[in-house]
Design a protein around this ligand. Structure first.
Ligand code: V47
Ligand code: SF4
Length: 378
């Protein structure tokens, strides 16, 4: 059965058959879908149809390859000046309960725990501490690189960067270049949340704005620093806000081409002030991955962050457009465990990750942060 027959079969009974077929034709012919098409897919696309379409794109781009890396996370502090309503982990500097800050020495000790282990990436993100500037964190990166010159440092969301550069009284370009000199290799995708101004005002009013987030990533790209992008979905946003968010990313990527991967982050409700709105279903997660894969034609990879959605949904997501499952991570991230993520103690061995991927018929590939293939597991 051809791809188009399969699609036509699935949407036999749909009233919106013609529009769905038209979108499938666009995908087959490598034509970009419009924002209206994207919203239509969210509203009218049946899950089977979306899965077939997203998987078609995934296999065209990557075949059965499924990427992961060996990484660990360090969260230097949960002290934060901002008050994002969805955040379960941040504490004000005056609120000592459940608050932490690791000293530079303690951070280095954590890096030393991986001496002799084949990790390739450290992911360093945390709260926005009122007293720490670019040089404080830059020196930490420099010391990490002294200990592990081979390791890729992916550090600081645009929100953290905006503050630490401002605190150091530098321009954005100067600040990013200085961090690059200290050893920063790439920027993670956090802090994007949702770009729509009204929704952003509602859930994270006081931190770096949409314009600032986009400008920081674009400037980083121009200076040769690649990055990732995220969306926080499943709270008070509507489908049109998700599509507008992705549209901003798609336009930026057309200009720079330096986003590596898009990471949808499902809102988790425990211990934060949006708890009353609940969480979206697994089906919604799969739908969101699929539409993301179909809409974002120019971002090469789509990542399911397994500690957030759990290992089972991650396996399913591999047939809904996802080709990357992040990494071994280790038991060191609290952002999600405090918000009620599936995995309270997110660590997985390479063997487990490999078998999780293989057991759903995909091919595990160990990658580095920039998606160079390091090892194929046959
Ligand atoms: O920006 C905070 C999210 C992000 C909650 O680039 C929450 O490889 C859900 O960006 N429910 C930071 N999400 C983490 C991040 C990230 C994660 C994994 C990989 C990469 C990468 C980046 O965490 C924040 C926010 O969107 N977050 N609280 C919550 N309750
Ligand atoms: Fe601070 Fe980040 Fe939490 Fe917002 S999401 S309060 S910026 S730690």
């Amino acid at each position: 059965m051809s791809f188009l027959d399969k699609i036509t079969d699935i949407i036999q009974s749909s009233e919106d058959k013609n529009k769905l077929i038209e979108i499938a034709y666009k995908v087959i012919n490598n034509q970009r879908i419009t924002k209206e098409d994207g919203i239509f897919l969210f509203e009218q696309g049946e899950l089977g149809y979306l899965g077939v379409l997203a998987n078609y794109i995934r296999e065209k781009k990557h075949g059965l390859k499924t990427y992961f890396n060996r990484n660990f996370h360090i969260e230097p502090t949960n002290i934060c000046i901002y008050s994002c309503k969805f955040c379960s982990y941040a504490r004000k500097i005056s609120n000592k309960q459940d608050q932490w800050e690791f000293s530079p020495e303690e951070i280095l000790n954590k890096v030393h725990e991986y001496d002799g282990k084949p990790v390739t990436e450290v992911h360093l993100v945390g709260g926005v501490h009122p007293k720490r500037d670019l040089h404080y964190y830059g020196n930490i990166i420099k010391d990490i690189k002294k200990v592990r010159p081979d390791i890729h440092v992916k550090a600081f969301t645009a929100v953290e960067l905006e503050f630490m550069i401002r605190k150091a009284k530098m321009s954005l370009e100067e600040g990013l270049l200085r961090l690059k000199e200290y050893g920063l290799d790439s920027i993670p995708g956090g802090g994007a949340e949702i770009f729509d101004k009204e929704i952003r005002k509602e859930i994270c009013d006081d931190k770096a704005s949409t314009e600032q987030w986009l400008h920081i990533h674009e400037t980083a790209h121009k200076l040769g620093i690649p990055s990732n992008a995220t969306i926080l979905y499943g709270h008070i946003e509507k489908y049109k806000h998700r599509i507008s968010h992705m549209d901003e990313l798609r336009k930026l990527q057309d200009r720079t081409g330096m986003f590596n991967t898009f990471i949808p982050l499902k809102y988790r409700k425990e211990n934060n002030s949006l708890e009353h709105i609940g969480e979206v279903s697994r089906l919604e997660d799969l739908k969101n991955y699929a539409v993301s894969r179909i809409f974002l034609d120019n971002i090469p990879h789509l990542k399911a962050y397994w500690p957030m959605i759990g290992k089972d949904t991650t396996q399913l997501a591999l047939s809904f457009g996802v080709d990357d499952v992040d990494g071994t991570i280790d038991d060191s991230t609290k952002i999600y465990s405090m918000a009620g993520a599936e995995d309270k103690s997110p660590t997985i061995t390479t063997e487990e990750l490999v078998s999780l991927i293989k057991s759903v018929g995909k091919e595990p590939i160990e990658r580095d942060t920039l998606y160079n293939e390091l090892k194929v597991f046959v």
